[in-house]
Design a protein around this ligand. Structure first.
Ligand SMILES: *Cc1c(COP(=O)(O)O)cnc(C)c1O
Length: 462
């Protein structure tokens, strides 16, 4: 028997009701969860049920148990890590994707979602000005997108020196030197470990964390052989972009593959306003970004872009006899990502771009930047508050004079529940880090957030 709609209707209606209640509560509830994980575990502490329970009761119980432990990340006053909210059209699309349950492996088996993902890829190339030949895979996030880019680069640079990685593996291969800016994201180190490439060579960065091209040239001079260079579009603390034009020239002069981690910053390439900061970006060989950050689609959705599709498909393709591969040269969805079975997450990108259009993406990116600069300016005007970075994108780092005070303000701020901002360490100082990446943040959120910081600071020094 195939699935009968009645079997789903009640549970879906219930879920929709709870979803709308949740969304209605977001603007006014405390941004901070009301229960910690131990309290939620305690409320879930029953043995594995022996008997079955109907779907509606399970959905009700799920909501009752989860609600106190939910972080209001969709609030316009959530600025933790780099998360982003959810555009309405992408939330609805996400529901449909679940209803359709298309395992997007082959063009043959899931033509609709494969075509939607290919269309999203075409629009992304246009929007962000990537080479028309570049191919795109939709991963779980930027970490795996960097994995795709760097795995492609690893294959390419070894192939160029005559080493057959697929056949002979890494044991005994020529060493690949990997160069990274001192302030690359930690996930780059993680990816290099996944790839068996070991620890990278760190290159000096400037005050905003941008790699220094002369230092990159000097570091590369000292080594020979295959090389990968990792650059960054959007520093986690300062929001800064590496000087792509110069750094990529240096890297390419030495035949290195250049990968760019632009988890949240790559989207700046859509806007004229950031033109000078992303100059030369499209000359890299691979790029990683997230759609679940700046583009505000639900988790999880990363984007891996590789300039040489044949390399990407050599690395991620396979010839299993039971698969019915696409033979017209475009490549199947599974040849562009590490997974085989997966949801059609690229359709979320299609929906966001279809709804926003180019103008909407530009306005989204520019609004995030405007909110960040407005907030930074208002915060800098509070005596005792120091803005540590040059705020030219979406990130703000604050200090309140000394590390202890910065920690105290951060804790107080989070427990007050009006905003959520994360603590971090940057340039040997404790910082309060504000990451502006939610489409829903408006002028009122900005002023309430500034007021919340001011009041937590005044409480801490009183
Ligand atoms: C968030 C982030 C990552 C990791 O992305 P995931 O989607 O969590 O895998 C990598 N680099 C930067 C700069 C990030 O902000």
């Amino acid at each position: 028997m195939s699935a009968q709609p009645e079997a789903y209707a009640d549970a879906l209606e219930r879920a929709k009701m709870h979803a709308l209640e949740w969304l209605a509560s977001v603007p006014t509830r405390s941004v901070c969860p009301q229960s910690d994980v131990e309290q939620v575990l305690h409320s879930l502490d029953i043995p594995l049920p022996e008997e079955s329970t109907d779907a509606v009761s399970v959905i009700d119980e799920l909501v009752a148990r989860a609600d106190p432990g939910l972080m209001a990340t969709e609030s316009g006053r959530f600025f933790g890590w780099v998360n982003g909210g959810v555009l309405p059209v992408t939330m609805a699309t996400d529901w449909l994707l679940t209803a359709w349950d298309q395992n997007t492996v082959l063009r043959l088996s899931t033509p609709a979602t494969a075509a939607l993902e290919e269309t999203a890829a075409r629009w992304l190339r246009d929007l962000l000005d990537f080479p028309r030949t570049a191919d795109i895979g939709f991963t779980t996030g930027a970490t795996m997108a960097s994995f795709v880019g760097l795995a492609s680069g690893r294959h390419y640079v070894l192939d160029r020196v005559g080493w057959n990685l697929a056949r002979d593996g890494l044991s005994g291969s020529p060493r690949i030197n990997v160069f990274v800016g001192k302030e690359r994201h930690d996930t780059i180190d993680l990816v290099l470990r996944y790839l068996g490439l070991g620890a990278p060579i760190e290159v000096e960065a400037d005050t905003q964390g941008r790699i220094i091209p002369e230092a990159l040239a000097a570091a590369m001079e000292k080594t020979a052989g295959p090389a990968l260079v990792c650059l960054q579009a959007g520093n986690l603390h300062s929001g800064a972009f590496d000087p792509f034009e110069e750094a990529i020239r240096v890297a390419h002069q030495r035949d290195a593959w250049v990968h760019v981690d632009g988890a949240f910053g790559l989207w700046a390439a859509a806007s004229e306003r950031y033109r000078d900061q992303v100059m030369g970006l499209s000359k890299a060989d691979s790029w990683a970004t997230d759609a679940h950050k700046t583009l505000n689609v639900p988790y999880d959705c990363g984007v891996a872009i590789v300039s040489r599709p044949e390399v990407m498909r050599t690395v991620f393709g396979m010839n299993a006899s039971y698969l019915m591969p696409d033979l017209n040269g475009v490549g199947d969805p599974f040849e562009k990502v590490p997974e085989l079975s997966r949801r059609a997450r690229g359709v979320l990108v299609w929906a966001a771009l279809r709804a926003l259009g180019r103008a909407g993406v530009v306005s989204l990116v520019d609004t995030l930047g405007n909110n960040a600069s407005a907030m930074a300016a208002e915060l800098a005007a509070i005596p005792g508050v120091e803005v540590l970075n040059d705020v030219r994108f979406t990130q703000i780092c604050l200090s309140f004079g000394n590390d202890q005070l910065t920690r105290t303000v951060t804790e107080k701020l989070i427990s007050d529940g009006v905003v959520w901002m994360s603590g971090s360490r940057w340039h040997n100082r404790e910082v309060l880090r504000i990451s502006v990446c939610n489409w829903a943040t408006d002028a009122d959120d900005v002023s309430r957030s500034v007021a919340a910081v001011r009041s937590a600071y005044e409480w801490a020094v009183a």
